[in-house]
Design a protein around this ligand. Sequence first.
Ligand code: GLP
Length: 263
Amino acid sequence: MTIRILPTRREAARAAAEHVAAALAETPSLVLGLPTGRTAAALYRELVALHRQGRADFSQATTFNLDEFVGVAPSAPGSYRQFMERMLFRHVNLEPRRIYFLDGATADPEAECARYEAALAAAGGLDLVVLGLGTNGHIGFNEPGPSLRARTHRARLRVSTRRANRGLFGGDWTRVPEEGLTMGIGTVLQARRILVIATGRRKARAVAGLVQGPVTTRLPASFLQLHRHVDLVLDEAAAGSLPREASPPRTSAPQTWREPHRG
Ligand code: GLP
């Protein structure tokens, strides 16, 4: 695991966007997993800026979003699909036929989840999955609990997650659906590379659990410790519960380095 700690939220978003742009430059036909949320929105703003500078070409890329709300149609204003349209899709040169999304309004969620896994397999699997982090350590809609599901599935959302998403539903968390469809933790761990971005003090506990905690279904992000290629991009606030001293590069332990303020 590598860990980069940047002074501010904005610089963390820029570093993560540059990471995605570099992956696109190296593999133009990148199969990319994408998150939603406020942290992701900041990352997409930087990615769109890089695209406008000619530094992020999506023309051959394929995207699979992590999750969607059950009962919410792709065209509904609160859907993650519409969030992605606003934040990224309409601003970059992705081919619409290479944008994959779970359909929250499906009549048959189980079949929809199976379709998604099959589409992912047909695309050759995820080259890079970008992840945000719930304050409770969730990934996608894989919430803490006594067990986790490996593959794409229908999931019940915690009240804290519904509250965190209230901005998409007019600020009223009770209007946020109680269920979502989400890639499973195994789907995520099968990606060849994982990039996690977390910013703000509220994420510090989840970040510490991700990096150093026991691998436990009580903190789904802790499962990322089982993956070989995880890059974590943080701001100082989200890194607040990690050891303060930068550790020297070691192969078996996370590498930490701090970047000077870029002004
Ligand atoms: C939602 C998404 C998660 C995301 C989380 C982080 O719950 N389903 O995939 O990680 O938001 O949100 P934020 O960045 O707004 O804290």
